[in-house]
Design a binder for this molecule. Structure first.
Ligand SMILES: O=C(O)CCC(=O)C(=O)O
Length: 310
């Protein structure tokens, strides 16, 4: 009898131990110790890494791209409005505008979940959760200047993880939640986001993306707290370190969101904010790869395929 009950309890206890171990590893990976995990994973893929470095080095270069990459490395952010292709940004804005004009229909279809102040408008463009690679949102993320700036910072060809359109709406008197609170992104060890404002962000009341540059965000690097209030942040860093991106429509910028504490969408005006985001990581990914986010449509270069893992 005892043996039977012991035998049936063991797998449960084992499972519990594994999930405890996973949780511990997840916490550890969020700290600088996560670099050990990252280095271990990279060492298992040395040949793939060498190829990604080769591909990065085969991309054209320009002095202003190198300067942008240096600023991204040193400060954790860079304004790329004058570098990126304005025509591609216009194409993104055109698609986005089309979605917003049908907002009520799309918002009705969507499960709002916890981010009720965010409405994801692109769901209808996906097939099995994947974007066509000729979609303007993907084309914007694949431009050479951006790959070079990110790549030089990451020391290899980056991996495009996702593209996103979000509409943030006035939150009135609701308490701040999720991305409205200060946080770091922990999708991986090196995470950079390329943004385009698709509406003018005129002042603080329009809910600008707000961040603390990487050097001043350092005290928070090993914190296990995920989302923090202003009080928690400003007890450790001076308010003067904060940067708000107040900028006109079609402004584009890159932020290392794993290193720069950030928040946004605290909209106090009556103007919704529309934002394009492309997320890149330094491969190999620390966590299991999610389902494919991109599907090949039309001709693609070897580099584009590698960036999207196709
Ligand atoms: O809504 C915002 O400006 C914040 C966005 C954000 O936190 C993110 O993209 O990680």
């Amino acid at each position: 009898m005892t043996m039977v009950s012991t035998a049936s309890a063991t797998p449960v206890a084992k499972k519990h131990k594994i999930s405890q171990f996973r949780r511990l590893l997840w916490h550890v990976n969020r700290t600088d110790l996560g670099w050990i995990t990252k280095a271990t994973l990279s060492s298992l893929q040395l040949r793939a890494r060498a190829r990604r470095i080769e591909m990065l080095n085969s991309l054209p270069a320009a002095p202003e791209w190198s300067a942008a990459s240096r600023q991204l490395g040193e400060q954790g952010y860079v304004d790329v409005s004058a570098i990126v292709d304005r025509g591609l940004a216009e194409a993104v804005a055109h698609v986005a505008q089309g979605k917003v004009s049908r907002l009520n229909e799309l918002a009705g279809k969507q499960e709002l979940g916890h981010k009720s102040f965010w409405v994801s408008l692109l769901d209808e463009d996906l097939v099995n959760g994947a974007f066509a690679t000729d979609h303007p949102f993907v084309r914007y993320a694949l431009q050479t200047s951006v790959l070079r700036i990110m790549g030089d910072f990451m020391h290899e060809l980056p991996q495009l993880s996702d593209v996103l359109l979000t509409l943030s709406r006035p939150t009135e008197n609701q308490p701040l939640s999720y991305s409205q609170l200060w946080h770091l992104d922990h999708d991986d060890k090196r995470v950079c986001k390329l943004f385009i404002y698709l509406t003018d962000v005129r002042d603080t009341a329009d809910g600008p993306l707000t961040f603390i540059p990487a050097p001043s965000s350092k005290p928070f690097r090993n914190t296990l707290k995920s989302h923090m209030s202003d009080d928690q942040v400003f007890s450790r860093v001076d308010r003067s370190a904060v940067k708000e991106i107040v900028a006109p429509r079609l402004s584009s910028f890159i932020v290392n969101t794993a290193r720069c504490l950030h928040m946004g969408s605290r909209i106090l005006s009556d103007r919704p904010r529309l934002l394009y985001t492309a997320t890149y990581i330094q491969p190999p990914r620390m966590y299991p790869e999610p389902a494919a986010r991109f599907r090949a449509v039309g001709p693609l270069s070897e580099i584009e395929r590698a960036v999207m893992r196709l």
